[in-house]
Design a protein around this ligand. Sequence first.
Ligand SMILES: Cc1cc2nc3c(=O)[nH]c(=O)nc-3n(C[C@H](O)[C@H](O)[C@H](O)COP(=O)(O)OP(=O)(O)OC[C@H]3O[C@@H](n4cnc5c(N)ncnc54)[C@H](O)[C@@H]3O)c2cc1C
Length: 331
Amino acid sequence: MSNEVWIIADLKIDGSIRQVTFEALSEARSKIAGKLGGQLCGVLIGSGVSGHAAELGKYGAEKVYVVDNELLKNFSTEGYTTALSELIKKHSPAVVIAGNTVFGQDYFPAVAARVGAGVTMDAIEIDLTDDKKLKIKRFSHSSKAIPTQVFLDHHPMMTTVRPNSFKAAEDPKTPEVVDGAVTINPGDIKSRVVEIKTKESDRPELTEAERVVSGGRGLGSEENFKFIYQLADMLGAAAGATRAAVDAGYCPYDMQVGQTGKAVSPNLYIAIAISGSVQHFAGMGSSKVIVAINKDPEAPIFQKCDYGIVGDLFDVLPPFTEKVRALVSQS
Ligand SMILES: Cc1cc2nc3c(=O)[nH]c(=O)nc-3n(C[C@H](O)[C@H](O)[C@H](O)COP(=O)(O)OP(=O)(O)OC[C@H]3O[C@@H](n4cnc5c(N)ncnc54)[C@H](O)[C@@H]3O)c2cc1C
């Protein structure tokens, strides 16, 4: 086994690298690679991806493995699982980390199973024990508890990390680029991408946003969700929603935050007309600052927020939005 610490680059559909990759590189550099005495490495998996090596170097990657294969042009569970597990078998890293994105959640456990590794998901803290075992913290029980998990003797030690949990800090290096070619047979990939439809939006992606404004069933209609979008756009925030609002048809499913929606971890989460169910909290409980607006003073959200305004959203939001507009224009 080597002492290398690998961060798997998470690529967006447009080919750019997700911020969580840089956050993971930065945190692993200070918390893991230094203590382990191993090299911090990036891993690029895809087709025509080698050009990204320098970006990983900007955040401290000393070496970058590139698995470049036409069969990996579009994400597939089988393709990525084969690529990463074969690369791990060949080079035996000590620690392997990926973002807890839809992709990481999809193929990372499969890779761990294939290489016989230990795996944890959705870490919000990563560290090493004195005897150099990976130690992570993660939310559990709808964000009511934060257990610490320590790895035993299985290698590599693998974890996904929650976006927005760490700061991305530059530490420029010129990485050695290693050809990580592995054998992938066309027959290994059981599904074929026939079309990709992307949604145009000027708002940041929900899972990566530093600010999120979310609306609940109390908004009452799709039309009233304009209040959410207005405030979100003013703050440069993403727009989210509860399942009840989605089920009522007020907004699309891709805005749903929670246990059966997306997990977000912004610096600021504004919850408007949201009661604060455990299932919703499961997706936003790690937000740094939570602001709630609700007309019911007994709403559970008030037990969990940092700042709460008791009032009807239609009375509170216009002056609130105006105040935000004034503050934003001053800054
Ligand atoms: C298996 C399972 C999975 C689930 N997954 C999710 C999930 O991923 N995400 C999720 O969000 N939920 C999820 N749910 C649903 C969850 O249990 C709640 O039903 C849901 O979160 C409630 O959404 P809400 O707060 O918008 O609605 P409600 O609970 O109906 O709350 C609406 C709130 O709006 C307030 N309000 C109404 N009018 C106004 C007004 N004019 N001004 C100010 N406040 C007002 C009310 O006081 C109330 O507190 C799941 C449930 C199950 C069983």
